[in-house]
Design a protein around this ligand. Sequence first.
Ligand SMILES: N[C@@H](CCC(=O)N[C@@H](CS)C(=O)NCC(=O)O)C(=O)O
Length: 107
Amino acid sequence: MTEPPITFYRLQACPFCERVTRVLQDLALPYRSRFVEPLHSRRNVLKRVAGVRTVPVIVDERTGVTMAESANIVTYLERTYGEDGLLGGDRQPARDGEQAVADGADH
Ligand SMILES: N[C@@H](CCC(=O)N[C@@H](CS)C(=O)NCC(=O)O)C(=O)O
């Protein structure tokens, strides 16, 4: 099975992450979740990938975008994949057997 193009770095019970989750779900975008270390100082993977230690962060392999800050991510997703977005009509829907939403904890 092909990996979804969007990787979503997140934390349980993080309101900023929930905001991004809602938009990903509303747009029916396939993504995979990476739950980061709760301890800020241990988020070295995130620091390496995105240059920050805060979540949410998304990496979109389709466009080459890596982005932090929930408001920026929401705007990016809507502008890119929304109905009138750059890739809105060009999106591959989740295929049978693939999950359209988070695939659970993955460290
Ligand atoms: N302004 C940021 C705030 C993100 C934020 O504060 N995330 C929390 C988790 S809910 C976090 O990663 N905190 C660690 C830190 O502040 O360094 C956004 O909207 O994405």
